[in-house]
Design a protein around this ligand. Structure first.
Ligand SMILES: [Zn+2]
Length: 302
């Protein structure tokens, strides 16, 4: 799919917007989730290349419902250090100290050693009410009355915005999409510096790709469009070592953990043709993020 250079493009390409929305809805998304803007994180994050060892944490921290502060992504130049940041519960972007485990390194769990992934836990609110909404959605669209995820596919997205916090806020809002709840979300958002923010545990489904939400892990990669095409945006990501290497490391780890083949690492743009695609309501994706060509390049580096 090509990406028309209209305001609605931002919603179409943005992983936060899953529907072929009406123009007003698309504009709203463009202004909230996908609008380009300065990334407050950028100035505070050092290169992920300085991090040599990071533990993977799959259990979510208690969610406060407040946007995470920029401090959550601050990295360290310390080698062989495990750092896990949690949202501070402060709604403002004012930096606050994050929990540092640098004085007491924790052995990484199996499968995480040597991956070089810098993971921070920034969970969106996903209370029982939202889980019930997800289970009802899954029943309607997949015939599965459960919010539980069975990971078999990894879907790549990009945010069409400049900050991971913007995506976090959109996903946390739990706004209806295509007239249905829960709102959209993704399991991970990877920022420009290569910090991997986990928003949702892999035990729960997220609405990020129609037809595959019951089996797909969703990874959003921060990248603005700035009026360009999706292909251009994907090339920016593929040409940004810290970020794409973080994405590759994360995908490799997920593949190893869940036994996912590289052929099942796909882009949102080609999700409709995946063998596991299923939607009992006849819905299909109309997004252009991560073309087959860009995914082929990504896979070649796995
Ligand atoms: Zn997407």
């Amino acid at each position: 799919m090509s990406a028309p250079r209209t305001p609605a493009t931002y919603a179409v390409a943005c992983g936060a917007a899953l529907a072929s929305a009406a123009a007003t809805f698309a504009m709203t998304l463009a202004l909230t989730a996908c609008s380009p803007g300065p990334d407050p994180t950028a100035a505070t994050v050092t290169s992920s290349a300085t991090v040599t060892s990071t533990a993977t944490v799959t259990s979510p921290s208690p969610s406060t419902g407040d946007p995470p502060s920029t401090a959550a992504t601050t990295t360290s130049t310390t080698s062989a250090t495990t750092r896990v940041a949690t949202p501070t519960g402060t709604p403002s972007a004012t930096a606050k100290p994050t929990r540092s485990l640098s004085s007491a390194p924790t052995p990484p769990p199996a499968g995480a050693s040597g991956t070089g992934i810098q993971l921070t836990q920034n969970p969106i609110p996903y209370p029982q009410t939202r889980q019930d909404q997800m289970a009802a959605y899954s029943q309607r669209h997949y015939g599965i009355a459960s919010s539980a995820l069975t990971p078999k596919v990894i879907v790549l997205h990009f945010t069409a915005g400049d900050s991971w916090q913007g995506a976090w806020s959109t996903f946390a809002a739990n706004t209806s999409n295509r007239g249905e709840y829960p709102g959209t979300c993704a399991h991970y958002v990877i920022d420009y510096a290569g910090v991997v923010h986990q928003l949702v545990p892999l035990t729960l489904q997220c609405r990020h790709t129609i037809g595959l939400n019951h089996v797909a892990i969703g990874i959003e990669i921060v990248q603005s469009l700035q009026g360009h095409s999706s292909l251009w945006a994907e090339q920016q990501i593929l040409g940004r070592p810290a970020q794409v290497n973080a994405a590759l490391a994360l995908v490799r780890q997920l593949q190893a953990t869940y036994g996912i083949a590289s052929s099942d690492v796909i882009g949102h743009a080609t999700a409709n043709s995946h063998r596991l695609f299923l939607d009992k309501q006849g819905w299909t994706n109309d997004h252009s993020d991560w073309s087959a060509a860009s995914v082929a390049t990504f896979r070649s580096r796995l």
